[in-house]
Design a protein around this ligand. Structure first.
Ligand code: HEM
Length: 482
């Protein structure tokens, strides 16, 4: 009898689930591949979903829908539509999906996961704090971190060891963030797997792993409440990152003087206040956002540029010659050299275009049903994903899009399909910081060293899907420039 009831309940669930996917939403609803009950279109996605979804766009168009299990998801592959939704109709596309992974840990506090009016308030506070952070101080801190990186690379080169770009570039971006947010120096000898960096690095890596591949339970409506409880009770990684931020708030408060701004943390304390648990959670979530959104993204970009320079030695030489002549005898690149080194800037842009590190950026969600200018209907609570790979490889916007060619950004500075930091009011809040950080590290590395593969062959360019699209780990030989 009980078994029969379970079978009937299951059949009812499957039928109800099928109905929710097959019912007509509107005459102008988006087309998309056929979803099956429960799993939706997940069965059609491989471990490189950005490529599958780029292929699907040739059949279903520039904007189409898939079901990630129960989550109605809109895939946008066209820059004009991205502009329409993220700029023109921004108010309706402001939120993130309300799924357990987004809620867990921060309870929608901070910059990345907050919603609607809360987000507007948070973004204003963070924007204000970042603008107030003394610019001279940022230049100096990046300068110091680059000195440490180059010093370490020189030691590795002279010892004849192989250089592990992922390890040292992550250490560089992590140390820069430590200095920016906490005004703390990380010693050159410190291992990212031990010491103070490790306290944050280890849980961060686990959070990346959890988020990177996504969870079926996030998108299966029936499983969401249990999944949220599971995350809260059994996974502690996010809380380790948040608690690290809290510990730093209390450390800062011991010596805090509202008249003196030592770092971003002081400014966040001033802007949010620290009287309530809510304010403390807002600060620690913001700190956690900066580490999670701003360390791996910049280091993976740097790692990919280095990889491309090994595989395209002619561009490596062009970049070196450009920087050498721009410096005119000086032995160090500073941020103000950027104007006189357009090829290095193009190199970094072309790498972000050719190998977008963030396959879908961060998902957004619709607050209400809406029609786009082209008449397409998008329902309330739909998840919106921008397919950055499809934007980058679109022949309408780029000549020979499948060719790596840094010269393409030399003559035309802007291209509407180039938006690695997203666009509109909720774009990447750290884009200036990231571009300064990447420029200053990359140009000084190119000035000091030639990068070569270990076996003289090309380095594998394929990427593994995750929160960021990383290349397979590789090491390289550094050769000192005379
Ligand atoms: C190459 C490096 C980076 C890339 C490609 C990148 C890209 C992005 C993208 C695509 C988004 C999603 C925006 C949207 O929802 O439309 C984003 C959001 C964000 N990024 Fe970055 N980012 C980078 C570096 C950084 C750095 C260094 C920081 C911190 C200093 C940072 C902090 C953030 C934050 C806090 C958000 C959430 C913004 C919000 O929800 O209002 N990012 N980033």
């Amino acid at each position: 009898m009980i078994i029969e009831i379970i079978i009937y309940l299951f059949l009812f669930y499957v039928l109800h689930n099928a109905y929710s996917k097959y019912k007509k939403l509107n005459n102008n609803q988006l087309s998309g591949p056929f979803p099956i009950p429960i799993l939706g279109n997940i069965y059609q996605l491989s471990d490189l979903p950005h490529l599958d979804l780029t292929r699907m766009s040739s059949k279903y168009g520039k904007i189409f829908r898939i079901y990630l299990a129960d989550l109605y998801t809109v895939i946008v592959c066209d820059p004009i539509i991205v502009r329409e939704i993220f700029v023109e109709k921004f108010d309706n596309f402001i939120d993130r999906p309300k799924i357990p992974s987004v809620k867990h840990g921060t309870f929608f506090h901070g910059t990345v996961s907050s919603m609607n009016e809360d987000w507007r308030n948070n973004r204003e506070i963070v924007g204000k704090a970042m603008r107030k952070t003394n610019l001279k101080h940022i230049y100096e801190l990046l300068d110091d971190q680059v000195d440490l990186l180059i010093e370490k690379m020189k030691l590795i080169e002279s010892s004849g060891e192989q250089f592990d770009p992922r390890y040292y570039l992550t250490k560089f971006t992590m140390s820069a963030m430590f200095k920016y947010i906490f005004n703390e120096d990380v010693s050159n000898d410190e291992d990212i797997n031990n010491g103070q960096l490790a306290k944050l690095m280890k849980p961060m890596q686990k959070v990346f792993k959890d988020f990177g591949t996504g969870s079926l339970f996030d998108v299966l409506e029936i499983a969401r409440p249990m999944y949220f409880l599971y995350l809260e009770w059994f996974t502690t990684h996010y809380y380790e990152v948040i608690n690290f931020g809290k510990m730093k708030i209390f450390e800062h408060l011991k010596t805090y003087n509202p008249e003196v701004q030592r770092d971003l943390m002081d400014l966040l304390i001033k802007e949010y206040g620290t009287d309530t648990d809510d304010q403390i959670l807002s600060i620690s979530s913001t700190v956690s956002d900066f580490f999670l959104a701003g360390v791996d993204t910049s280091s993976t970009t740097l790692e990919l540029v280095v990889l491309m320079l090994i595989n395209y030695p002619e561009y490596q030489e062009k970049a070196y010659n450009e920087i050498k002549s721009a410096l005119n005898g000086r032995d160090k690149v500073i941020l103000s050299d950027r104007q006189s080194t357009p090829f290095i800037v193009s190199l970094f842009k072309e790498t972000l275009r050719y190998k977008p590190i963030s396959p879908f950026g961060l998902p957004r969600s619709t607050t209400n049903d809406i029609f786009l200018n082209g008449g397409q209907f998008i329902p309330k609570n739909a998840q919106i994903l921008i397919n950055y790979h499809a934007l980058s490889r679109n022949e309408e916007y780029y000549d020979n899009p499948n060719e790596f060619n840094p010269n393409r950004f030399l003559n035309s500075d802007s291209n509407i399909a180039f938006m690695p930091f997203s666009i509109g009011p909720r774009n990447c809040v750290g884009s200036n910081f990231a571009q300064d950080e990447i420029y200053i590290a990359l140009s000084n590395m190119i000035l000091n060293f030639k990068f070569k593969s270990i076996d003289g062959k090309q380095v594998d360019e394929s990427q593994t899907y995750g929160l960021t699209l990383k290349p397979n780990p590789f090491k390289l030989i550094l050769e000192k420039r005379k």
